[in-house]
Design a protein. Sequence first.
Length: 216
Amino acid sequence: MKQLKQLYTECMNCENSDKQCPNIKKNIKNGYPPRGFYFEKQNVDILVVGKNPGHILENEQENLLYKNKSKDELYSAWMNFRKKYYTTHKENTSRSSTFHKNLYSYLECFIDKKDIFNHVAETNLIKCSTEEKSGKLHKITINECYNKYLINEINFFKPKVILALGREVENHLNKRNGIDFNCKIIYLKHPSYNYKKDEKSKILSDIKKQIKKELK
């Protein structure tokens, strides 16, 4: 836990510029730090890997939670926000909550447990938002963040399964598999996608079977 906290504190205070990591939106002093991870336990069965965090919820003044904070204080502000968000996300009716509602419900289905974060940790390929909300991730940026942070996260968590959210994430991780880590990569459509009623049950059931096989 201490190593993870140190890694994430370093990540949130990363001094890389947009020249080192093209097409990122970051301004730590003004409340726009790297982020996009969450965990409660170090030894987990599943590590969920998304593409990158969305934009700060400016309409909810989320950035004020991080503004003028650094080091441990910044890390604590983010983790407290994330924990509260997951505690109340089911009651959230905003469109921005769709991703987390769907992801959480999928995870409950996959592992048949309510205490999700005793078994699951969450992170992203890169920890910064992009300049545009639907901006493309630059290869240089992905490699930089992967080498500095993601490979260490995988080594610390030692998951049995990596759940890749979207083809871009899956393809990037598969290029590395067998080189930097050794666990099963399972693809899941980005949770912002709403499955059709006649396909959702079968698709999620198939993924659950794949995960159960790895967790034996």
